[in-house]
Design a protein around this ligand. Structure first.
Ligand SMILES: CC(C)(COP(=O)(O)OP(=O)(O)OC[C@H]1O[C@@H](n2cnc3c(N)ncnc32)[C@H](O)[C@@H]1OP(=O)(O)O)[C@@H](O)C(=O)NCCC(=O)NCCS
Length: 195
């Protein structure tokens, strides 16, 4: 495992720290923590989400143009909806500053299925395991909710994300739909069993 290799190289063998923390430790002082999204941290979420939409405009169905019009009250309401009875969302924080987001929703028609949405890690924090931690938080939540399958949609040109999700056990299905913001791109479905 990469973490163990890194730890060995740095003489850290024997430390029991997560892969991402090991990598961050080696790269610098960053300590990543995950915090559930709540109405209290909704405005931190707002700024991270607007950064995500500007940074990766083709990675999401929503656009910066649409979401930058939302009021703070809208963001606080959204935080409640995204961490409600059938949903859970997390912020990744580096010393209090948001560096990642993920959301999960139970399928309203079929509660054994859950959907992972809005996955984003800030460019300076990529390849440090932050995305893996965020997906892990949604997997844990979905399992606790008794979901058996986690699904997501990824844009057809987003090969880095497809590789990321494959690495985490997701596979592409045959389901393809039009991507709403660009007629040249498709929405691809990926799934991961949770048993
Ligand atoms: C996709 C994304 C969430 C990955 O987050 P991350 O924190 O960098 O991912 P991790 O560090 O946990 O990566 C885990 C593994 O996934 C794979 N991976 C991640 N990013 C990759 C990339 N750009 N190219 C190839 N493989 C990649 C690697 O196998 C990586 O392990 P390694 O670094 O030891 O090689 C991030 O790049 C991102 O936010 N992209 C823009 C938004 C986006 O595309 N969101 C997805 C919407 S569906």
């Amino acid at each position: 495992m990469q973490m163990r290799r890194d730890a060995r190289l740095a003489g850290l063998e024997g430390f029991t720290i997560e892969a991402s923390r090991a990598k961050n430790f080696l790269a610098g002082p960053a300590m990543i923590t995950l915090e559930p999204l709540t109405p209290e941290n909704a405005l931190v979420f707002k700024s991270a989400r607007l950064c995500a939409l500007q940074d990766a405009p083709r990675a999401f169905a929503a656009t910066y143009q649409d979401e930058s019009r939302l009021t703070d009250g809208d963001w606080i309401r959204r935080a409640g909806q995204w961490s409600g009875a059938r949903s859970r969302s997390f912020l990744a924080l580096d010393q209090g500053a948001a560096c990642g987001i993920v959301g999960g929703f139970l399928d309203p028609q079929d509660a054994i299925r859950a959907q992972l949405v809005s996955m984003w890690v800030a460019p300076a924090h990529r390849r440090l395991g932050v995305g893996t931690q965020l997906v892990g938080a949604i997997v844990d939540w979905a399992r606790a909710e008794k979901a058996r399958l986690l699904r997501l949609v990824v844009t057809s040109n987003n090969q880095p994300a497809i590789r990321f999700y494959r690495r985490l056990g997701f596979t592409l299905t045959a389901r393809i739909g039009p991507y709403r913001n660009d007629p040249l791109l498709d929405d691809l479905e990926m799934i991961r069993p949770l048993c």
